[in-house]
Structure formats: structure tokens, C-alpha cells
Design a binder for this molecule. Structure first.
Ligand SMILES: Cc1ncc(COP(=O)(O)O)c(C=O)c1O
Length: 424
């Protein structure tokens, strides 16, 4: 192991794995291990690692424009917008703003929401309501609309103090908005499949259409946080496509450039943007940098050419079947859920009557056990779902790799529960 890795963690602790390469669905470490990437890193890998086309696109971008101010157009930016609007976004979403990642996209969407209402003279509309189980990012605004208690810990005074709406029951969600007074609410933000905080929670089919109709009636913008669910992850272009809902704003990131470059996007309808004519939406210095836009454009092109969104749907069904067959009646598995290649497991403690919770202590042990077996699974969980696992391999994943992933998951859960229960 590289001894310099000791100095890598900002907060001193154990030296991390040192990654020296990646191909397909595997990452390679400096001590010669090949780790099955069952979560595509942080759910970013969608076309597989080590693609020469991506290296060629990066080289072309880097020898091309250099740094172009975010307000200037470039070929990569124009081509990406054209591809997104023509082939990917729900119809009616025509405006695109590129930023550096998921938190920046949520933060920008919150600012755009406020600018939209202010420009129309609706100064009272400032609240952005998130959901009870949710994660939208680590900037202070995106954390404010999130309800990930572990990631919010200690930050209270710095965050907007806003209520959260229900994840499953749209009528309950609407009651919270009513209590808050809809004329003060600028937007509602929600993940189509709740990832990091909820281990792939999916709302019932009437949830999004009901919320959409309510928001229309009360001049509230509906923001879909598709940072995790976008560009094919759930087996559709965007998660909201499962319910034929067009939000006012979609935010995206993670798989947008296949994990090959840092990029986030804010996508909106003309109606959101028209009131802003004559004003500015402040950019970040590296917003829409050309390398990221070129790699996002190339990623989407590969997804199209290789029909990989349909493959994500198909392999997602395979993954779900394997998980259910292997773990459906496991005593420590409370639920298996998700859409496409974003599947999750909620874990429970079966040793207490009526099945209790391990309070977040089980997940890190399962992840550790899986890594010891050369497999990466993404940890999930927050107060609403204390222990969970998230699976999100590249859409190119094979059935054999999924079998290996599920086998290792089952062994890792057993080993981790055994460790928790071992007399100390
Ligand atoms: C749904 C969702 N939104 C926003 C974010 C924040 O994205 P980033 O970590 O790129 O800032 C995440 C990150 O996990 C996420 O899952």
C-alpha cells in the first residue's frame, strides 16, 4: 500500500484504498485487487470504466477551447444542450444551465426559484420544502432542504428551518404545505427514487401526479432532484418519466458524464426562465467547463448508440430478481426496492420483537465486509431508514457480475450481523 495514503484523509484516520485503475465494472487497487463496483462509485458509472472513446473526447476538449467564460457558448455546450433537449429531457424542458456537481445544481435551483418568484413580484414565496427522507447535497442551501440527520448533525443554526413533507402520501405532503401557507412556498423538491438517505424508496404511483397538480394550482415550482436517478439510471431517461410528470426544474449530475468528469445541470421550462429575462443567474467560475460538457455529450451519445437505458431497465429487473430470490426472506432484510439499476435494501434487527433497527450501526459493517470480499456497495440510511444498502452498477453490467454482487451482499450481511452480535 502507498504509504502516502496515510496523509490523504482530511480528518486523520485509517488510510483509504488507493485506486490505480478501472475497467468495465471493476476498480483496481495498488495492492492488486479488482473490486466489483456494485454502486458505480457514488452511483456515477453508467457506461463502464476505461472507455477509449472518453479519453479521445477528453483529449479533443482539452486541446480545443481552453477556459471559456460560463456565459460564452462553445461547441461542447451547444451540442450538449441540443442533445439533452432533443433526446433526453421531458418535452417542454428547454433551458439548461451547467454547474460543477449535484449540490451546486440544487443550490442553483433554489436560487433560480427565488429569482423566478421575485421577478414576478411574489416576494412572499421563499420557502423550498424537501421531504422527510431526503438528501440533496452538502452546501448549506441543499442541506437545508435535505433531511439527512447524520449529514445535518451540528449544522442546525446555519440551515433554513423548514418543515419536511411526507415521502409516500401526497395528501399528507399537501397538508404540510397548507399548514405552511402555499402563498409562502416557492418550490417543493423531491427525488424520484430516494437514494442516499432512504435506500431506494419509491413513492406510490399517484404521488408525483398529485403533487404536480397541487403545485400547478398554487404557483409552486416542482423540482425533481434527478442527481442520482437521471440519464437512464432507473430504466427511463429521467425518473419522473415513470409517472409522465414534467417538473418545472430538474437537477442532475452523477451519471451525466458517466463519472468521467464533474458536472451538474439545472434544466427548466420556458415558463420558469421567462420572468428572468433582463436579470442574471450567477455562475460559478467553472460552471459548464468544456471538458465536462464534452464528456457529458459523449456519455449520452454512447448511452443512445448502445441502447443502454433499455439495458438499465432489463438488468435492473435481473438485479431485483436476484436480490429477492437470495435475500427476500432474510431475517435482517426489511425491504428490497427501487427502479431500474437503482435498487436498495432496508436492513432491520430481527432480534427485537416486531423487528427493530440497528440504528445505523449495521450498514458500515456490511460495507466493510463487502470490501473485504472485493465488492463495493453504497451505504444508505438516515433517521427514517436507519440501515440500508444501495446498488447502482454501470448499465453495461453483466448477469454474472450481478450474481457475484448479490452473493457477496448476502455473505456480508451475515458476517456483519454476526460481528454485531458477537460477545465483546
Ligand atoms: C439526490 C442527490 N442530490 C444531490 C446530491 C449532491 O450531489 P454532489 O455530491 O455531487 O454534490 C446527491 C449526492 O449524493 C444526491 O444523491
Amino acid at each position: 500500500m502507498d504509504p502516502r495514503a496515510d496523509r490523504y484523509p482530511f480528518v486523520p484516520g485509517h488510510p483509504p484504498l488507493t485506486i490505480v485503475g478501472a475497467t468495465g465494472n471493476y476498480v483496481h487497487t495498488d495492492d492488486g485487487r479488482r473490486i466489483l463496483d456494485g454502486a458505480g462509485g457514488a452511483i456515477v458509472n453508467c457506461i463502464g470504466w476505461g472507455r477509449p472513446e472518453m479519453a479521445e473526447a477528453a483529449a479533443a476538449a482539452l486541446t480545443g477551447t481552453g477556459y471559456a467564460l460560463p456565459t460564452f457558448a462553445t461547441e461542447a455546450r451547444l451540442s450538449l444542450i441540443e442533445r439533452l433537449v432533443e433526446h433526453w429531457l421531458p418535452s417542454g424542458m428547454t433551458r439548461c444551465l451547467f454547474v460543477g456537481g449535484g449540490s451546486e445544481s440544487v443550490d442553483s435551483a433554489i436560487r433560480i426559484t427565488r429569482q423566478h418568484h421575485v421577478a414576478r413580484g411574489h416576494l412572499d414565496k421563499w420557502k423550498v420544502l424537501g421531504r422527510t427522507v431526503s438528501y440533496h447535497g452538502a452546501t448549506l442551501a441543499s442541506l437545508s432542504v435535505s433531511n439527512h440527520d447524520r449529514r445535518r448533525a451540528g449544522m442546525g443554526p446555519l440551515l433554513m428551518d423548514l418543515p419536511k413533507i411526507d415521502n409516500f402520501d401526497a395528501e399528507q405532503a399537501i397538508k404540510v404545505i397548507e399548514a405552511e401557507d402555499p402563498s409562502t412556498v416557492g418550490a417543493v423538491i423531491a427525488e424520484p427514487v430516494v437514494g442516499a438517505s432512504g435506500a431506494a424508496i419509491v413513492a406510490p404511483d399517484d404521488y408525483w401526479p398529485t403533487l404536480r397538480a397541487y403545485c400547478n394550482d398554487h404557483d409552486i415550482l416542482l423540482i425533481a432532484d434527478e442527481v442520482m436517478t437521471g440519464v437512464g439510471r432507473t430504466g427511463r431517461n429521467f425518473g419522473v418519466d415513470h409517472w409522465n410528470v414534467t417538473p418545472d426544474i430538474i437537477v442532475g449530475s452523477k451519471g451525466l458524464a458517466g463519472g468521467y468528469a464533474a458536472i451538474g445541470g439545472v434544466f427548466a421550462t420556458d415558463a420558469v426562465v421567462e420572468p428572468l429575462v433582463g436579470t442574471n443567474v450567477m455562475y460559478f467560475t467553472f460552471s459548464g467547463n468544456d471538458l465536462s460538457c464534452a464528456l457529458a455529450d459523449r456519455t449520452l451519445q454512447i448511452l443512445e448508440e448502445e441502447n443502454l437505458v433499455a439495458r438499465a431497465a432489463e438488468m435492473g429487473e435481473t438485479l431485483r430478481r436476484l436480490l429477492v430470490d437470495r435475500l427476500g426472506s432474510h431475517p435482517n432484510v426489511a425491504d428490497i426496492r427501487g427502479l431500474g439499476l437503482l435498487q436498495g435494501i432496508e436492513l432491520r434487527d430481527d432480534s427485537v420483537e416486531s423487528a427493530g433497527s440497528f440504528d445505523g450501526t449495521l450498514t458500515p459493517l456490511v460495507i466493510e465486509e463487502a470490501l473485504a470480499r472485493d465488492c463495493w456497495i453504497y451505504p444508505a440510511g438516515s433517521a427514517g431508514v436507519p440501515d440500508g444498502l444501495l446498488f447502482g452498477p454501470a448499465y453495461t453490467v453483466t448477469e454474472a457480475e450481478l450474481e457475484q454482487l448479490v452473493d457477496i451482499t448476502a455473505a456480508s450481511i451475515d458476517a456483519a450481523v454476526g460481528r454485531l452480535r458477537a460477545p465483546s
